[in-house]
Design a protein around this ligand. Structure first.
Ligand SMILES: NC(=O)c1ccc[n+]([C@@H]2O[C@H](COP(=O)([O-])OP(=O)(O)OC[C@H]3O[C@@H](n4cnc5c(N)ncnc54)[C@H](OP(=O)(O)O)[C@@H]3O)[C@@H](O)[C@H]2O)c1
Length: 356
């Protein structure tokens, strides 16, 4: 039986963790921390989770971190790093899986450029970047700290990695347009997320000249895959839907690939074969036969990827969809826990999407 605690259970990421873990016969939810609902039934905060019969801690702290095998942190950046440092100091045997951005970037100055002062830079080197499809061999029984990836980097990197790794079929210069549902912004009330402002509306954001803060994380992954620097132009968009993320990624196909694939009738089959080979050992990646929808992954840990070629412009167009709260956050975090604990990766996560 794995003993598991969740900090930040009153937020969307924390609530999704409780949903995924609350009925597992091999998991005991030891402590739930949520400062705005201390001492209350979790069902008061998320009525959909009432049947789990769970209660949030009286105080706003973990009381017994040393008793937990895993602690999930579903907190904003900075608060998360402070909490991770505190837990690992007090309970060095406990594993921490952090959903925030605090330990994702290996280079602390790059982190500080985007997020400000790092509260625990000495832990960055120890953190393992938990995108299992691309870094599974780094997740071992000795991993103490997991930097759970962002939803945008998860979705975009899974769309592009097969084209960049090994014998690259694209040039190292990619453009990513990604769409997110509003739950990606968390549960905290913000005026731009009011129904009356978000409904029937869509917008691009994070258009600073230096790019969006998820860009360096995506670049770090793509650089690792390619083995050298990849130029990344990333533009996020907010969509009038609750959950879901879709990334449309563009890159110029190499002359070698184009020379061997001039036939529009067969090029997409060849791309799908390449992607299927790349993901043949990854139970959560489905190489789709047609352009996927966010509804196809709703509430599931699956990522559907669909590579296609535009031979007129000589470009790869690779599309991926995930549920931002599941494969983009809590589901991926549970996948990481399963791997570190030596369990089948799909334990508790194999259910397909709610559809329609
Ligand atoms: N939402 C997504 O799709 C998504 C995807 C990938 C990663 N993430 C990351 O996951 C983390 C959680 O995101 P979320 O969407 O779940 O956010 P959220 O809905 O806003 O929830 C945040 C949680 O953190 C708690 N909290 C906020 N400030 C705190 C502080 N200073 N000290 C202690 N607790 C604090 C909140 O508690 P109270 O409300 O009870 O005060 C709440 O439980 C973030 O780092 C986010 O970037 C989110």
């Amino acid at each position: 039986m794995l003993k598991v605690s969740i900090v930040g259970v009153t937020g969307y990421g924390g609530g999704e963790l409780a949903r995924l873990l609350g009925r597992r016969p091999d998991v005991q939810l030891l402590e739930l921390v949520g400062r705005s609902a201390a001492g209350q039934p979790l069902g008061n905060v998320f009525p959909s989770l009432a049947p789990l019969g769970l209660t949030i801690n009286q105080g706003d702290q973990l009381e017994r971190p040393e008793e937990a095998d895993f602690v999930f942190l579903a907190l904003p950046h900075h608060a998360s790093a402070e909490k991770a440092a505190e837990i690992l100091e007090r309970a060095p045997q406990t594993r921490v899986i952090d959903l925030s951005a605090d330990f994702r970037l290996r280079d602390v100055p790059t982190y500080e450029q985007w997020y400000g002062h790092h509260p625990a830079p000495y832990l960055v080197r120890e953190a393992v970047y938990g995108l299992p499809e691309l870094y599974r061999d780094k997740l071992t029984a000795n991993t103490r700290l997991v930097a759970n990836p962002g939803c945008y980097p998860t979705c975009s990197a899974l769309a592009l990695a097969p084209a960049l790794k090994g014998q690259p079929i694209v040039e190292p210069d990619v453009i990513v347009n990604a769409l997110s549902g509003t739950s990606g912004a968390g549960r905290e009330v913000k005026p731009y997320l009011h129904f009356s402002e978000q409904n029937e509306s869509a917008n691009a954001y994070g258009l600073a000249p230096g790019g969006h803060r998820h860009m360096p994380e995506l670049k770090q992954i793509l650089d690792d895959q390619y083995g050298a620097s990849v130029d990344v132009l990333f533009t996020p968009h907010l969509m009038p839907m609750t959950r879901g993320m879709l990334a449309t990624c563009y890159a110029r196909l190499t002359p070698e690939f184009l020379a061997g694939h001039r036939d529009p009738k067969t090029v997409n089959t060849a791309l799908r074969e390449l992607y299927r080979e790349f993901y043949k050992n990854d139970p959560f990646v489905v190489v789709a036969e047609s352009s996927p929808t966010t509804k196809q992954v709703l509430g599931s840990n699956y990522c559907y990827v669909y590579p296609t070629a535009d031979l007129r412009t000589g470009r790869l167009v690779a599309i991926a969809v995930i549920d931002n709260l599941t494969k983009g956050a809590a589901g991926e975090a549970v996948q990481n826990m399963n791997i570190i604990a030596g369990l089948p990766e799909t334990t508790g996560l194999a259910q397909t999407a709610i559809y329609p």
